[in-house]
Ligand binder design. Structure first.
Ligand SMILES: Cc1cc2nc3c(=O)[nH]c(=O)nc-3n(C[C@H](O)[C@H](O)[C@H](O)COP(=O)(O)OP(=O)(O)OC[C@H]3O[C@@H](n4cnc5c(N)ncnc54)[C@H](O)[C@@H]3O)c2cc1C
Length: 295
């Protein structure tokens, strides 16, 4: 069977960028192929040349240097799941990728692919947004660093320029005592796209006040979104059970879900409220007030 595209395996970033420049809009980066091949088969995209970066060394590293964690874009989900370094710095990312799909998909799927696909339900994105991650983009014009929360613009849309690639994801150092969580809500435990997902992290003062907090909701808006009002309601407070309920209700108000094959918008809002409450209870240690969740 003849493939409708040429296949190239660049040996360096320079080779890759040169090839992409020549191919222009007809070139596409191939990482694990778990999203791209599906789109090609469905006729949604028809690249003329595929540039396989799955073994491209500069995009395959996990490095901790000068207080920052750098995860190459072609690092696979299974490698993230097995990384003690990532577990120590962003444990919620490990939780997220461990729950993704199946072992077969995790052995192929990469972090860069998950980000560039820009699905609102992408599991790796909320923990990274909660951790204030940035992406390093390289292209003919050089290198630039963009906050992940600004890079993903909408479903299937990113700020990636023609001929540009995501080289790595950078996570800044956090306090050693930071607590973080990821929760995936799907129809079953494996092989399920998230109906919603949530990531959060909290830095507490020694007197029990919330120093800083991030609440990030996935599949509850066109992109993974910070629940800013909910965060603001808790920052600087010593939250009790009622404060956590109020914050969860705010998160449900500020999210912007849609109805699709997995859930209705109203159903997603209920899930956001219930699971945000659960996540905040776990993060803050303030516990349940005995009234349970609302769904
Ligand atoms: C059966 C199945 C189950 C799945 N389950 C889940 C799930 O539970 N959770 C979830 O989040 N996702 C899931 N996915 C989606 C998919 O596996 C992930 O989004 C995955 O991380 C994509 O990575 P990849 O390496 O396969 O990307 P690819 O398919 O290789 O690429 C995806 C897109 O990103 C571009 N791209 C890739 N890397 C780069 C780069 N470094 N720079 C620039 N562009 C790049 C490609 O050109 C393409 O447009 C599932 C997919 C399948 C088929």
């Amino acid at each position: 069977m003849a493939f409708p595209f040429d296949y190239v395996r660049p040996r360096s970033l320079e080779d890759l960028l040169g090839g992409l420049r020549q191919a222009g809009s007809e070139g596409a980066v191939l990482a694990g192929g778990t999203d791209l091949h599906v789109k090609i088969r469905a006729g949604k995209t028809q690249p003329r040349v595929l540039f396989d970066i799955s073994e491209l060394e500069p995009c395959r590293r996990i490095v901790e240097k000068e207080g920052k964690l750098r995860i190459g874009a072609a690092v696979r989900m299974a490698e993230i799941a097995a990384s003690a370094t990532i577990q120590r710095i962003v444990p919620s990312l490990v939780t997220a990728v461990t729950q993704m799909s199946s072992r077969q998909i995790r052995n192929r799927a990469t972090l860069g692919g998950n980000i560039v696909t820009a699905s609102p339900a992408a599991d790796a994105v909320p923990p990274l947004v909660a951790a204030d991650a940035t992406v390093t983009l390289v292209g003919a014009e050089g290198q630039r660093e963009v906050a992940l929360s600004e890079f993903i613009l909408g479903p299937g849309k990113t700020g990636l320029g023609v001929g540009e690639v995501v080289a790595e994801v950078v996570v800044p150092a956090a306090r050693a005592d930071r607590r973080s969580r990821f929760i995936k809500v799907g129809r079953r435990k494996a092989q399920a796209i998230s109906i919603i997902n949530l990531a959060g992290c909290i830095d507490m003062e020694t007197d029990g006040r919330v120093h800083d907090i991030r609440i990030v909701l996935g599949a509850a808006a066109p992109t993974a979104m910070r629940a800013y009002q909910a965060e603001q309601a808790l920052r600087g407070r010593t939250p009790g059970p009622e404060d956590l309920r109020e914050a969860a209700a705010l998160a449900a108000q500020e999210c912007r879900p849609i109805s699709d094959i997995r859930a209705t918008a109203a159903g997603r809002r209920l899930l956001v409220e219930a699971w945000t409450l659960r996540m905040l209870q776990e993060l803050s240690g303030a516990g349940d007030d005995g009234r349970g969740a609302d769904t």
